[in-house]
Design a protein around this ligand. Structure first.
Ligand SMILES: Cc1ncc(COP(=O)(O)O)c(C=O)c1O
Length: 375
């Protein structure tokens, strides 16, 4: 890794940033891309719009590579993860009695949207996945002949539990069940191959492990499912004849651009593209190895602390970038306040404190953070 990490991530010396599962700090190049974009807008408006369009194409290509999507046409740029989940939930045609299976640990985005279909007769089953060595089996045990879709987070936002996506995907593929994955807690931290896991729908906003801003998300839709999703939003940008403003007839774009009804988020595109260029430069294999190594370090170090109970899974392949724990003698809100005073940025989740360092977090900072917890 030739990148100078302290140059690339010039966080203040008094900040220990362990909150990538919430919102990431921007790398230097991302801040510079935004500053450059602002300066361009300030001094010459949209004169360089053709160049900006190239940046947009580049971002789609970066995302295609990150997901290993078959083609760039399978990638749509949406506002956030929740919007992408809604595009799927409200794009599919449901019959009363159909069911959707999720886990009982999902972030509200991946529960509420399915529950909202209850007025169409859709039933939501939540698989209990805590305290079982085989959470995939718990999920698949709920499948019956009316199961249309399984929707999970690749990594649970609170416990940090990582699911075996290939296993669930193979089952769905063999049983004609749609497979939808919210990858916001793993994309940018772990490698992903949407084809290998037989994903039908995949979504993630850019502000967590992707190191980008809020409000620009990737949505992957398997090419065979694209036509199955009814469109609920319409506008000039989702038609095949883009920029032919005089045309009186129109067709829906054949690509996933059909899910993008209006003007793109050019500011976000400049920022996220810069962030993804850093991830690509380091390489997702290196990033994954370092993220897992950081979590392993935290799990081992916290296990040495007498009063700490670790709430995240300890087994290899079951954790990713999130380590959640609680202090047996100290209330979590109080402990969070103490950590915050020490400059440790983290969160209270899942009945404890959630640490989520990224690949670049220095080991000395992790060591220091664990010492503060144990104090
Ligand atoms: C698993 C998961 N899904 C979705 C979200 C929210 O995503 P968005 O704001 O992009 O809709 C979060 C945010 O914490 C999350 O952890």
């Amino acid at each position: 890794m030739s990148l100078d990490l302290s140059q690339a991530f010039p966080l203040n010396d008094n900040i220990v940033y362990l909150n990538h599962a919430a919102c990431s700090p921007w790398p230097r190049r991302t801040a510079e891309a935004v500053q450059g974009f602002a300066q361009e807008n300030l001094t010459q408006g949209t004169k360089n719009y053709p160049q900006w369009k190239l940046q947009e194409i580049q971002l789609r290509e970066q995302l295609q590579r990150l997901l290993n999507a078959p083609t760039v046409d399978d990638i749509a740029l949406l506002k956030n993860t929740s919007e992408a989940l809604s595009v799927v939930a409200y794009g599919l045609t449901w019959q009363a009695g159909d069911n959707v299976i999720i886990t009982d640990q999902e972030f509200p985005s991946n529960r509420i949207v399915w529950e909202s279909l209850q007025n169409q007769g859709v039933i939501v089953h939540q698989a209990p996945i805590a305290n079982t060595p085989d959470p995939e089996a718990a999920l698949l045990a709920l499948v019956n002949s009316r199961t249309r879709l399984i929707s999970v987070s690749s990594v649970q936002y609170a416990s940090g539990l990582r699911l075996d996506l290939a296993k669930i995907g193979a089952f769905c593929h063999a049983n004609q069940i749609l497979f939808c994955i919210d990858v916001i807690q793993s994309l940018g931290a772990l490698q992903l191959d949407v084809q290998a896991i037989h994903a039908d729908f995949v979504m993630a906003d850019g502000h967590k492990w992707l190191l980008g801003p809020e409000g620009l998300a990737v949505f992957y839709c398997h090419p065979e499912q694209r036509e199955q999703l009814q469109l609920k939003q319409f506008g000039w940008h989702m038609v095949e004849q883009l920029y032919d403003f005089d045309a009186k007839t129109w067709q829906v774009a054949s690509s996933a651009r059909r899910f993008e009804c209006g003007s793109p988020n050019m500011l976000g595109i400049h920022a996220l593209s810069a962030s993804l260029s850093l991830l690509a430069e380091v390489g997702m294999a290196n990033i994954q190895a370092q993220v897992l190594d950081n979590s392993r370090y935290l799990l081992d170090a916290l296990a040495q602390c007498a009063d700490i109970e670790i709430l995240s899974p300890l087994e290899d392949n079951r954790y990713a970038g999130i380590v959640t724990f609680r202090h047996r003698k100290r209330d979590s809100t109080n402990l969070l306040g103490h950590l915050s005073q020490q400059g440790i940025v983290c969160a209270e989740r899942g009945g404890g404190i959630r640490f989520s360092p990224h690949f670049y977090t220095p080991r000395a900072q992790l060591k220091w953070a664990v010492e503060q917890v144990a104090l």
